[in-house]
Design a protein around this ligand. Structure first.
Ligand code: NAD
Ligand code: LMR
Length: 331
């Protein structure tokens, strides 16, 4: 029997991530080839004509799984009954800007949209915030959507996770699918800590720690970390636009794993509401290693944290606490 369609909201759908993301969703990249979807696309009035163009292209692409498109500038209509919300709407960072610079523009958007999701989305809505500052926007959304369980509100650090997999794979000369269990700790910003201490590479002799395959601790503790931390800025410098296809693809990875589950023995990174795990202060949206099953994420527990890592986990937590305080000032 055909499944009922799932309603998926994409905000900022007329923007560049939106344009890359909506065809991926309509093709079944997130929920699989037998799950029909109805897309809800939200943007602001100046982008209404462009948004309508995206809707026209979705119709023209004749995606078999796409059972409807609601393209609107009305936030209530956009949020009505949605099961999944991918929050991309906001203003991107330009060359030379830090994420803090986009804070005042974007956090107020998330306060307003929190209320609409709180009142009109499906009761079990799963929310992924992509727009920067992603962790803090997600936190503001959580604070102003009191009826949505905090476990249902997450932010995107999967792009950073995938970037870390990519760097290790290039350095080791192995396919990226053979690299597993890197971790992004903390903020989706240049203070994030990409950690390979528990990561493995699948070789013909089985899984081996990354540090034994890449016998170069200076690189792993130095350039590897800064390359991943600064990758967003490097893309902006090269494209004069922030990352879009990789952001869209990683957003699909995040939702797919959350809804359908992570593969056996694999964890991924997600920005989630901290419960104090690994000595991170509760009350922040912090990126952790997680596994997912039955539509729920769980923080991977019990990993050893050395002194080098401890300082990095604390530094990115301190930045998030500072961003939280700044966000409240902006509001
Ligand atoms: P973009 O400017 O191309 O698109 C953003 C869209 O959001 C625009 O169409 C704009 O009109 C719309 N918008 C603005 N205010 C809105 C509102 N109140 N409601 C609905 N829509 C609204 O930007 P982009 O390149 O698509 O990037 C979107 C966001 O994602 C930026 O904040 C960017 O920094 C962030 N980003 C995050 C990651 C990540 O890994 N977390 C990666 C890349 C980009
Ligand atoms: C990215 O990581 O590519 C985005 O968050 C863009 C940015 O501002 O770095």
């Amino acid at each position: 029997m055909a499944k009922d369609p799932v309603r998926i909201l994409v905000t900022g759908a007329a923007g560049q991530i939106g344009y890359a993301l909506v065809p991926m969703i309509a093709r079944g990249t997130i929920l699989g080839p037998d799950q029909p979807v109805i897309l809800h696309l939200l943007d602001i009035p100046p982008a209404a004509e462009s948004l309508n163009g995206v809707k026209m292209e979705l119709v023209d692409a004749a995606f078999p799984l796409l059972k409807g498109v609601v393209a609107t500038t009305n936030v209530v209509e956009a949020c009505k009954d949605v099961n999944i919300a991918i929050m991309v709407g906001g203003f991107p960072r330009k060359e030379g800007m830090e994420r803090k610079d986009v804070m005042s523009k974007n956090v107020s958007i998330y306060k307003e949209q929190a209320s609409a999701l709180d009142q009109y989305a499906a009761a079990n809505v799963k929310i992924l915030v992509v727009a920067n500052p992603a962790n803090t926007n997600a936190l503001i959304l959580k604070e102003f959507a009191p009826s949505i369980p905090e476990k249902n509100i997450t932010c995107l650090t999967r792009l950073d996770h995938n970037r870390a997999l990519g760097q290790v794979s290039e350095r080791a000369g192995v396919p990226v699918s053979h690299v597993k269990n890197v971790i992004i700790w903390g903020n989706h910003s240049s203070t994030q800590y990409p950690d390979v201490n528990h990561a493995v590479i699948i070789t013909s002799e089985g899984a081996k720690p990354v540090r034994t395959v890449i016998d170069d601790n200076a690189w792993l503790d130095g350039d590897f970390i800064t390359t991943v931390q600064q990758r967003g800025a490097a893309i902006i410098k090269a494209r004069k636009l922030s990352s879009a296809l990789s952001a869209a693809s990683s957003a699909c990875d995040h939702i797919r794993d959350w809804v359908l589950g992570t593969p056996k023995d694999v964890w991924v990174s997600m920005g989630v509401y901290s419960d104090g795990s690994y000595g991170v202060p509760p009350g922040l949206i912090y990126s952790y290693p997680v596994t997912c099953a039955g539509g729920q994420w769980m923080i991977v527990q019990g990993l050893s944290i050395d002194e080098f890592s401890r300082a990095k986990l604390d530094a990115t937590a301190a930045e998030l606490a500072e961003e939280k305080a700044m966000a409240y000032l902006c509001l």
